[in-house]
Design a protein around this ligand. Structure first.
Ligand SMILES: [Fe+2]
Length: 109
């Protein structure tokens, strides 16, 4: 068994609230969890973190771009970073809900 078997994606139940949505405008990358339907933000049920990875064009190497650790009820699950998007062939966003687990989405650059 691999951990990836537990990672949910676009076919997961509850995707409207959990799937990280990646948007790119120029060199600004915004990842939002709960863009379609707001995710609960309580101590009992919240998005704890969002992580952003990229696959570089030059060497096909995954790199760890950014990590946002959220305090429940204190901040919305939205991560914004500036990066040279043209250097990447793919971007992956991974998020964690303390009730519904790990979710992943990808964007071809
Ligand atoms: Fe959840």
């Amino acid at each position: 068994m691999s951990f990836s078997n537990y990672v949910k994606s676009s076919d997961g139940e509850g995707k409207e609230k959990h799937l990280p949505v990646i948007e790119v405008k120029g060199d600004t990358v915004v990842v939002t969890v709960g863009k379609e339907v707001a995710h609960p933000n309580t101590v009992e049920h919240h998005i704890k973190w969002i992580r952003l990875y990229g696959i570089k064009k030059e060497n096909n190497m995954p790199v760890d771009i950014a990590y946002l650790d959220l305090g429940p009820t204190l901040a919305s699950p939205k991560l914004t970073v500036e990066l040279l998007v043209k250097e990447y062939k793919e971007i992956y966003a991974v998020s964690y809900c303390n009730v519904h687990g790990v979710w992943e989405s990808a964007l071809q650059c």
